[in-house]
Design a protein around this ligand. Structure first.
Ligand SMILES: [Zn+2]
Length: 238
């Protein structure tokens, strides 16, 4: 919970509302002489505000504007802050599943290589073995079909906002197909490239981080890049 400093109202004699109550609670916390905590800025409160302002190097106008709010913030209890406009919480990513039954969540993979020919989709490989069923790590909507030499591939957008390119499958589902989390999306095809049959999982984060952004990743099939979970945590999306 974070107070939105850009949306704090200016308070003066006669102002009403929960922000007045919050300001009184802040001034009371600082000052021995207590104002009542009704949501009305009355005559008794004004000299207290002026004293608070003087003590904080702010011209003693009795009007609570940006500078006074800034000085008041450290004196506000959680209860007082809760009365003020809040910065909306960022949408959080739900806990994603694996792409193969019993596998590790997408979040717990690190990205070991880029996707050849498709920028901004760094990837990991999983679901090793031919004919292995690949499942949706979250609710997915297929946005385009693609091919992957060997095999077929498709792009899908997840409910979280992550986008995927899933490749080396025997077939690609039709555009517009919706999968529930855990539902099979395809099977791995025969593949002699890159250590045998597997599903290539390219993950794009542009919808969450902004155009042109991508997950940190290795490019030489080595592990050790931060996991997707770690990277999303740094961005406060988990
Ligand atoms: Zn791959």
């Amino acid at each position: 919970m974070t107070v939105d400093l850009t949306r704090l109202p200016t308070l003066k004699l006669g102002s009403r509302g929960s922000a007045v109550k919050a300001a009184k609670m802040g001034v009371n916390q600082w000052n021995a002489k207590k104002a009542n905590t009704t949501p009305v800025y009355g005559l008794f409160f004004r000299p207290l505000v002026k004293r608070f302002q003087t003590a904080h190097g702010i011209p003693a106008s009795g009007v609570i504007g940006d500078a006074t709010w800034k000085a008041l913030l450290p004196h506000l209890s959680a209860a007082a802050k809760a009365l003020l406009p809040q910065v909306p919480a960022k949408p959080k990513i739900p806990n994603l599943g694996p792409i193969v039954k019993g596998g590790r969540s997408v979040l717990d993979h690190d990205l070991t290589h880029a996707t050849d020919g498709i920028p901004l989709y760094p990837a990991y490989d999983d679901a090793f073995g031919q004919g292995v069923t690949v499942i949706a790590p979250e609710a997915l909507t297929v946005t385009h079909q693609s091919s992957s030499r060997p095999g077929e591939a498709f792009y899908a957008t997840g409910a979280s906002g992550l986008k995927y390119w899933l490749a080396h499958l025997t077939a690609s589902p039709a555009v517009g197909t919706k999968f529930r989390k855990g539902q099979p999306v395809g099977k791995t095809c025969a593949n002699r490239v890159g250590g045998g049959p597997h599903c290539h999982v390219g993950v794009n984060v542009e919808r969450l981080w902004g155009k042109g952004k991508q997950f940190a990743h290795h490019t030489d099939y080595t592990s050790g890049a931060p996991t997707i979970r770690q990277q999303l945590t740094v961005h406060e999306l988990l």
